[in-house]
Design a protein around this ligand. Sequence first.
Ligand code: HEC
Length: 142
Amino acid sequence: MRPLRQVRGGFAAFVVFATPLAGCDGPSAEVREWSPGDHDQPPAAAGQVTAKPATDGVDPSIIDLAWRRNCTPCHGPIGRGDGPQGPMYRAPDLTQPDWQANITDEEMAKTIRKGKNKMPAFDLPDQVVQGLVQRIRSARGK
Ligand code: HEC
């Protein structure tokens, strides 16, 4: 008989819980019909920043992630070649203004895609490769 008692107990608990709701009978002045306007966004507060896509269509945080995942081990956080494996692979300092002045974006992109000596090739989407090149450019002289 044990299981039956448990079921009854559950039912009793439901009744006790449900009873107070019975007092809410009758129409309330607060309740009105839903209208589509209820789902409108509130107007933006002054100074609020709306998330917008980067101009080239790739979220900068994706470039950041791609760099940290793939490049930091050798090139370091900003590209100085001071990643944990930098010395072993002799990763060059990509922030060097002299070096940057003598390399084009296309050459950098080609090295990233095809690799060069100990630099491995990376099969990344074109926009990500371009973003990585821009990231290296923005670290110039840092
Ligand atoms: C395993 C270590 C390693 C990793 C990981 C690595 N690199 Fe390199 N990278 C190198 C080495 C070594 C060179 C120098 C190649 C040479 O000139 O012989 C280099 C050179 C470069 C150059 C200069 C290319 C040139 O033509 O002079 C760029 C740009 C570059 N890496 C970007 C990247 C980017 C972007 C990533 C991540 C997607 C990355 N690297 C990941 C080791 C690495």
